[in-house]
Design a protein around this ligand. Structure first.
Ligand code: SF4
Ligand code: SF4
Length: 362
């Protein structure tokens, strides 16, 4: 695979040009220090942070977008199929698959890892054709992080910081407002070759330059290695820690909705007005922190207590799914849940508390 070197401005111009030809998504500001992973349009405000971002005179850092890029692969209120009754009175189903080509650009390593995990989830058992159809038609241009996005980041603690798998192109910041562009797949190679960027012939030196600049330590770290955290969460069922953190929680479900590895959904059938024999099935995001999440037929709620719902959420990330897939933590340490929670409830703190409680046991 080949490597190229270009100025950040040239790369942004290239993304703008691609955005005129098809669907390209890139982090864009939507308020003070807040970003959204939005479609690139002619006048979109696009920027890469400086090589030495995070220093006092260059404070701009591309913070994690409120919604992770992977949500573009399983959008909210997605139509699954249309249905209608035929002449024999039988319902016929027409699946709705989104096969449009798209590019997700500026994807950070934590979100790249989350997409890898969602690829595994959606390919497991009965494959999710809707997710996979989008995924197969999506190219990913990832971007390295030399500084943590913000004080909530703990991507290094969850083995996400150096993630590369799933990217077609990988961008690494360089001095003098440049970007090292590495093609990691055939698709990436085609994209970069067509752009006509100049080749890079001192790749090892360039990688070393970036590594030298990377913050050390990078973001927050648990009080013990990741496997010990996973063991502590896996072995905690009855624990006062579950009650401690939910004292101030009001079950809004925001932590679920912003998480790149939350994928629960609800289904709804809507019948067409004027033609009750036809309609559509849609799925919308759901969240295990919401009170009615575990209500089943007959009205019984098998997880009515808030502490039980939070235990379920944390165990999904750091116990159940790691055990099922053997792929490490399903929390990628993006820090979104802690950042967006109005009352500062943070999975990082909960995990550390469970760790301390486990270690304190006689
Ligand atoms: S975002 Fe915070 S307040 Fe809302 S459900 Fe999650 S932990 Fe509770
Ligand atoms: S649990 Fe929180 S920190 Fe972990 S991946 Fe989800 S939003 Fe990010």
């Amino acid at each position: 695979m080949r490597e190229f070197l270009a100025t950040r401005t040239a790369v942004l111009d290239w993304l703008r040009t691609l955005g005129q030809q098809g669907d390209v998504f890139f982090p864009q500001p939507m308020g003070e220090n807040s970003f959204n992973f939005d479609k690139v349009r002619k006048n979109s405000l696009l920027a890469f942070e400086d090589f030495d971002a995070g220093s006092k005179d260059k404070p701009f850092r591309a913070s994690t977008c409120v919604q992770p890029p992977g949500k573009r692969l399983s959008p909210n209120n997605e139509q699954i199929f249309r249905f209608s009754k035929n002449g024999n009175g039988e319902y016929q189903l027409t699946p709705t698959l989104d096969e449009r080509e798209r590019i997700l650009a500026g994807v950070r390593p934590c979100d790249l890892k989350a997409i890898h995990l969602m690829d595994r989830v959606n390919s497991d058992g009965i494959p999710d054709a809707h997710y996979l159809s989008r995924r197969q038609n999506t190219a990913i241009i990832a971007h390295d992080c030399l500084q943590p996005c913000d004080e909530h980041c703990f991507c290094d603690a969850t083995d996400s910081l150096h993630w590369r798998q799933g990217a077609d192109v990988f961008l690494t910041p360089q001095p003098e407002a440049q970007l090292l562009m590495e093609a990691l797949t055939e698709c990436g190679e085609q994209l970069l070759s067509a752009a006509g960027f100049p080749p890079c012939d001192d790749i090892e030196k360039r990688r070393a330059l970036a590594e030298e600049k990377r913050a050390k330590p990078f973001g927050r770290h648990f009080d013990a290695p990741l496997q010990q955290v996973i063991d502590a969460v896996s072995n905690s069922w009855e624990s006062p820690v579950w009650d401690k953190h939910v004292e101030r929680c009001f079950a809004c479900g925001t932590c679920n909705l912003v998480c790149p590895t939350c994928y629960c959904f609800d289904l709804q059938d809507d019948f067409n007005i004027g033609d009750p024999d036809s309609g559509q099935r849609t799925r919308s995001w759901d969240g295990c922190m919401l009170e009615e999440f575990a209500v089943v037929a007959g009205g019984h709620n098998f997880r009515p207590q808030l502490a039980a719902r939070q235990r379920h959420r944390i165990k999904r990330k750091l116990a159940y799914l790691p055990a099922r897939f053997g792929d490490g933590s399903f929390c990628v340490g993006c820090g979104r849940c802690g950042h967006q929670c109005t009352v500062d409830i943070d999975i990082f703190d909960i995990a550390n508390d469970l760790l301390a409680a486990t270690e304190a046991k006689p």
